[in-house]
Design a protein around this ligand. Sequence first.
Ligand code: NOS
Ligand code: ZN
Length: 356
Amino acid sequence: MLDDIRRAPKVLLHDHLDGGLRPETIVDLARETGYDALPATDPAELRTWFAEASDSGSLERYLETFDHTVGVMQTAEALTRVAYECAEDLAKDGVVYAEVRYAPEQHTRNGLTLNQVVEAVLRGFAEGGRDHGIRVGTLLTAMRHQARSMEIAELAVRYRDEGVVGFDIAGAEAGYPPTRHLDAFEYLQRENAHFTIHAGEAFGLPSIWQAIQWCGADRLGHGVRIIDDIGEREGESPRLGRLAAYVRDKRIPLEMCPSSNVQTGAAKSIAEHPIGLLRRLYFRVTVNTDNRLMSGTTLSEEFAKLVEAFDYGWDDLQWFTVNAMKSAFLGFDERLELINGVIKPGFAQLKWRSHS
Ligand SMILES: O=c1[nH]cnc2c1ncn2[C@@H]1O[C@H](CO)[C@@H](O)[C@H]1O
Ligand SMILES: [Zn+2]
């Protein structure tokens, strides 16, 4: 099944550039740039270290592992290489359209300007995308504990015609509500720009409510805690609270990342992940990787885990994929073209093959 899932034309909306490096590349870049704090210098050991260190049950501890990826991504060459390889790895996994995010403010330690950071990453995505047949849009993230969101929002608008398709905030959620960055979100709305907000991962409904009703988020990063506003009832359909009903009624996309949620403690296991219920209730659910290195995963593997846990078939996987494409920060005509020209024919072929 995993091989077939790899062949399916997939769409990925939530993937962090600094959470998806190849271990071999981290080792190379550390050597080249003089970064001497790596916990291991053997790629296989490093791969294991990331997976284990990320498995703590706490978002804060999970985020500490990024010190080492961000640490080696401080030159233009390193950023271009990482972006190029990201496009290549996603394409090899059968992803046809991806939105990949990172926080430019974390890559200026050795003197790069924000513009240089963005341009280096865009170059890598453009070249990798062209060589490997995948379209990659960039989301610029501001760190929620910092105070640079307005600057980063302006950066996103500055590069909107060069491949930056939107904006996001990430980092520790508890104690850093989305409204801290309200000016940035209001600016983006006035600029007719798109943004998603990490919300409802390590903190609950108030974070989701603020992201949508105060900040005007187009999508929610994770959003798993929306489950807290849904009451399961014996023998009856679940009762949706006002916020959950709003999210479903308005078709607000949820960028769900099952493995990452299990690692940070936002879900107990894949089998108990809220995605099962939310899919049954027809929320606009999408499936994502979050951090392929930390979670030791790929988009195909995330789908395979869901197939195993919830017995999903091709129709479900296509539904998730079309949901993701509909929710992308890409023009309507381009989304339609990918849905009708690539996704539907690709899934039709796979379904036909598995019946014959
Ligand atoms: O699941 C997550 N929740 C919140 N923040 C995250 C998550 N994954 C990564 N980052 C944060 O986003 C930054 C930019 O890519 C990363 O450096 C990491 O600190
Ligand atoms: Zn994330």
